[in-house]
Design a binder for this molecule. Structure first.
Ligand code: AMP
Length: 142
């Protein structure tokens, strides 16, 4: 199973945010879209990613002043991305080892989707159910 198959099911919508907007605006977007992370994009393309975990960590360090700080102050700038041709299995390994739950998908430098750990788990459960059905059919028919 490839990332392109996951995107076919979930769609290619990706929430993005400008690096200069305040964290209060970021919180509004996370709540509105009911998501845990947003890709930070400028006219030049992807410049970072920011997740609810970044907000919690910095809130602990800075306190309430964080709300007026720009998103750029708390985002991760070295973004790990994947391509639609990558396999779900390889992404599972990376997400588990590096401990992040969101990976933007780029095709020819263009943002074409985002995959969360939830999408990856759902896809793997689907694969396992399919294998189980095939094995059961093989046993009962054979
Ligand atoms: P998450 O598990 O997505 O809430 O993110 C945990 C931490 O990893 C946060 O500091 C994020 O900014 C960072 N992070 C999330 N996704 C990525 C990614 N694709 N590449 C690099 N860092 C990431």
């Amino acid at each position: 199973m490839r990332i392109a198959d996951v995107l076919r099911t979930k769609g290619s919508a990706v929430a993005t945010i400008d690096p200069d907007v305040p964290v209060s605006e970021l919180l509004r977007s996370l709540a509105e879209y009911n998501i845990g992370a947003i890709v930070v994009a400028s006219p030049d393309g992807v410049v970072g990613i920011v997740s609810e975990r970044d907000v919690v960590r910095h809130l602990h360090e800075i306190g309430a002043d964080l709300l007026s700080s720009p998103v750029s102050a708390i985002m991760t700038t070295e973004v790990f991305t994947c391509s639609p041709t990558d396999t779900v299995d390889s992404l599972t390994v990376v997400m588990t080892e590096r401990r992040f739950r969101h990976v933007p998908v780029l095709s020819d430098g263009r943002l074409v989707g985002i995959v969360s750990i939830g999408d990856v788990v759902k896809s793997r459960i689907g694969q396992l159910e399919q294998s189980q059905d095939q094995l059961q059919a093989y046993i009962t028919q054979g």
